[in-house]
Design a protein around this ligand. Structure first.
Ligand code: ADP
Ligand SMILES: N[C@@H](CCOP(=O)(O)O)C(=O)O
Length: 370
């Protein structure tokens, strides 16, 4: 489903309240490196209140915004409560400043509820970017911004489209970038530090950030067979996505590229067919472009991916690395606990503890007025 906004009016003219809900995601699903994304049923929520009766008061919070937070990373350095530093509010400010609004409306309170584990390959930063772009749209009253245009803003920040595409539009998606005009290419390649300075700078910083070119990214929705569920096995350690991209080579042997192209031609069809064909899905989820290299950061990865097959495990369809890892995603139709336990036992051989979750495909980002 495309990003939606409910039309129910807020409770008072002075106080506006709404909730932004964005799903986590699993990118790649094996061969679809930087292309395929799957939105899953664990949600980042922003509970936002804007008290417009205070518009003429001096607000005690920087940039008129108070952040509170509960969930993953609470109380750690990874999650700042300073709106100039926090990823979500910096992204919202990027959208606001592109529209000549220097700060949040007075007085804005953003309460963040985040169950998505950080740095595990379940799209926590993608969800934060999508929810942040939506926060900018809603706080700025920027109702003309369509889902496709919001995607452009996301892509100026998170520069691979797979997990932001899934988090914004929902479901099982293929994402792609269209060639841009030369002047637009230059704009898209502007360093992230200029798009999203940290700290964001106060109200008086007059610099307008670079606006995204129109139509950077696009997506297409694939069908998903209703029998297929996702088992996420989540190790206790983090692998920052930037680090997991640094281990990838700049060039690949041609047979490895052909290997992935053959599988990516199968994957969307294989996962849309009902009843699912385990042998076809298992084959379609193989990869040679990112998983083998990420083994250096995720002990046991290759063995886990290679040791479980539909013939050795009932209910299993396929296994892959979720996003940049270290989470493992097993697609299955039954025996979810047994599948999780086997993968947890493999990680335990390397003294790595894990938790696991049973997830389902989810709809994209929604905004509900309360
Ligand atoms: N809800 C959030 N609010 C603020 N920052 C967040 C949030 N979620 C993620 N982040 C930031 O994103 C980082 C993780 O991003 P990344 O390395 O790309 O891993 P992931 O695979 O979880 O997306 C965290 O360390 C944190 O800085
Ligand atoms: N295609 C990207 C996806 C990263 O996803 P994340 O959830 O780990 O941020 C990659 O494989 O690097």
């Amino acid at each position: 489903m495309a990003p939606t906004t409910s039309t129910t009016p807020s409770s008072s003219h002075e106080i506006e309240s709404f909730v932004i809900k964005t799903p986590c995601s699993s990118a790649n699903i094996g061969p679809g490196f930087d292309v395929i994304g799957l939105a899953l049923s664990m949600y980042l929520e922003l509970h936002v209140t804007i008290d417009r009766s205070k518009a003429h008061h001096q607000c005690q919070y920087p940039l008129n915004c108070r952040i509170t937070y509960e969930g993953e990373g609470e109380g750690t350095d990874e999650i700042s409560l300073d709106p100039e530093v926090n990823l979500l509010t910096r992204v919202a400010l990027y959208v606001l400043r592109c529209h000549d609004q220097r700060s949040f409306p007075a007085e804005t309170h953003v309460h963040i509820k985040n169950p998505i584990p950080l740095g595990r390959g379940l799209g926590s930063s993608g969800a934060a970017v999508v929810a942040g772009v939506m926060l900018g749209k809603e706080c700025g009253g920027l109702h003309h911004l369509t889902g496709e245009r919001l995607f452009d803003f996301c892509l100026m920040i998170e520069r691979h489209p797979d997990n932001v595409g899934a988090a914004l539009f929902g479901g099982f998606v293929g994402t792609y970038l269209k060639p841009l005009k030369p002047e637009d290419v230059a704009r898209k390649e502007i360093p992230l530090s200029e798009v999203l300075p940290a700290p964001a700078g106060g109200v008086d910083t007059g610099i307008k950030p670079p606006e995204p070119p129109v139509g950077i990214g696009h997506h297409i929705k694939f069908p998903w067979a209703p029998e297929i569920k996702a088992v996420a096995i989540i190790p206790e350690f983090e692998v920052p996505t930037a680090k997991a991209r640094e281990v990838l080579p700049a060039q690949y042997p041609r047979p490895d590229v052909t290997f992935n192209l053959q599988r990516i031609a199968l994957l969307p069809v294989a996962l849309g067919q009902s009843p699912p064909d385990p042998e076809l899905i298992y084959l379609a989820m193989q990869d040679k472009l990112h998983q083998p290299y990420r083994q250096t950061l995720i002990p046991g990865l290759t063995e886990i991916v290679e040791s479980m097959t539909p013939t050795t495990q009932r209910g299993l369809l396929g296994v892959c690395l979720s996003g940049a890892g270290p989470t493992i995603l097993a697609l299955a139709t039954s025996n979810f606990g047994e599948i999780a336990d086997r993968i947890i036992a493999k990680f335990a051989e390397n003294r790595i503890a894990c938790s696991w979750k049973l997830l389902e495909p989810a709809e994209g980002t929604t905004v509900v007025r309360v």
